[in-house]
Design a protein around this ligand. Structure first.
Ligand code: ADP
Length: 398
């Protein structure tokens, strides 16, 4: 079976054609500058080949068509006919309270996705456009929506309710939703497999640390709490996002500098996080080299981020009444041994004992805690595309 996985953004679109059974990625790539001019980067992992094209992409439909053309090309294609694509899996950011799992896309589902737009005004419209473009270019191919929020729909009310007047939840659906759900679900399942235990017997804390970061508490295979909130702005300090802060700061800064809400949100989303503290970069590699060179603010940014992860680990262990495994994943979690060490050290009191040598590793599934650590600490590269392809195959095959 071949599944095309699509992750559509407002001006970009990532794709992977893969076989969810063998897990082989036949081709993958990226359309950029949709609506501006159009650029396609197409890769064939088996040949270690990369191709770049300038193709006009006034809308997402031309972008999808260019992806199909690339997949079918006699020079750099991987399939002979479009009919070889059995299904399409779409990443959708927000499923609100309507979707607690992936679904086959129907007219009713499309209407429900439209209803979720106010909850994710920057992301859902692009995801919907991507689905519509596929319907146009590949009519009749079954499509599945896989939501970033779905995995966290199992959170109990005490985790998702904000201490605001209840009407904002009832009427306006203001609550914690959480994001990165596909990643938290994938790595927690892999963790259970690595430990050789059923999910139902495990309490796992999954730390998805990338440009955007979130931590989740996964009890018996179900997300019971997570650090992102109503939007992906909440929780840890991120590359450029502030994470949690005292809402009173908004009023103080807006009054003092005359910012309007748009300017304030731009500061919180684009100029804050480790970039804001360090003044150096949003990329952890740049911040680490600045810190090594003696930059105090860079060191402070790293400390604040790592301390934030550690606090969440402690909080979620308390929330679940224990923890069997801690998982690190995504760009920082998979590659940055020092962040993993700092976040998981000093936790011996709760049975976490890191192994510095085992932790000196990048991007592969490994145990990085000491052999006698009661809590296993794991490095597990995330694979959201594989999860999307697997869900798509499972739903389409009934
Ligand atoms: P996104 O949230 O955009 O999907 P990723 O999960 O791809 O982000 O993570 C990207 C981030 O990973 C980069 O911004 C960088 O800070 C970090 N990163 C990648 N490699 C390393 C490394 N070797 N050391 C530290 N950080 C790294």
């Amino acid at each position: 079976m071949k599944v095309l996985v699509i992750n559509a953004g407002s001006s970009s679109l990532k794709y992977q054609l893969m076989d969810p059974e063998t897990r082989e990625v036949l081709a993958k790539g990226l359309c950029e500058r949709i609506g501006i001019d159009g650029r396609l980067t197409h890769k064939i992992p088996a040949k270690d080949a990369k191709y770049e094209f300038e193709i006009p992409m006034p809308t997402h439909a031309e972008a999808i068509q260019s992806v199909l053309d690339a997949l079918l090309s006699s020079e750099h294609g991987v399939i002979k006919s479009a009919s070889e694509i059995d299904a399409v899996g779409h990443r959708v950011v927000h499923g609100g309270e309507k979707f607690a799992s992936s679904v086959l896309i129907t007219a009713d589902v499309m209407a429900a996705l439209e209803e979720c737009i106010p909850l994710a005004p920057l992301h859902n419209p692009a995801n919907i456009t991507g689905i519509q473009a596929c319907e146009k270019v590949m009519p009749g191919v079954p499509m599945v929506a896989v939501f970033d929020t779905a995995f966290h729909q199992t959170m109990p009310a005490k985790s998702y309710i904000y201490a605001l007047p209840y009407e904002y939840y009832e009427k306006d659906k203001v609550r914690r939703y959480g994001f990165h759900g596909t990643s938290h679900r994938y790595v927690s399942a892999r963790a259970a497999a690595m430990l050789g235990k059923p999910m139902e017997e495990l309490k796992i804390i999954t730390c998805h640390l990338g440009n955007g970061s979130s931590v989740a508490a996964v009890d018996c295979g179900k997300s019971v709490d997570t650090s992102m909130g109503f939007t992906p702005l909440a929780g840890l300090p991120m590359g450029t996002r502030s994470g949690d802060l005292d809402a009173g700061i908004l009023e103080y800064l807006m009054n003092k500098y005359g910012y309007d809400m748009k300017e304030m949100m731009n500061i919180l989303n684009k100029k804050s996080g480790v970039l804001g503290i360090s003044g150096v970069s949003s990329d952890f590699r740049d911040i680490e080299s600045a810190a090594e060179g003696g930059n105090q603010q860079a060191a402070m940014a790293l400390d604040a981020f790592r301390y934030g992860v550690k606090k969440l680990i402690g909080a979620y262990a308390a929330a679940m009444g224990g923890v069997d495994a801690i998982v690190f994943t995504a760009g920082v979690g998979e590659n940055d041994a020092r962040t993993r060490m700092a976040a998981a050290s000093g936790l011996e009191f709760m049975g976490v004992k890191m192994d510095a040598e085992a932790n000196n590793v990048r991007g592969k599934e490994t145990v990085i805690s000491a052999p006698d650590s009661r809590v296993k600490v794991l490095l597990i590269p995330t694979d959201e595309e594989l999860m999307i392809a697997m869900d798509t195959a499972a739903i389409v095959n009934g």
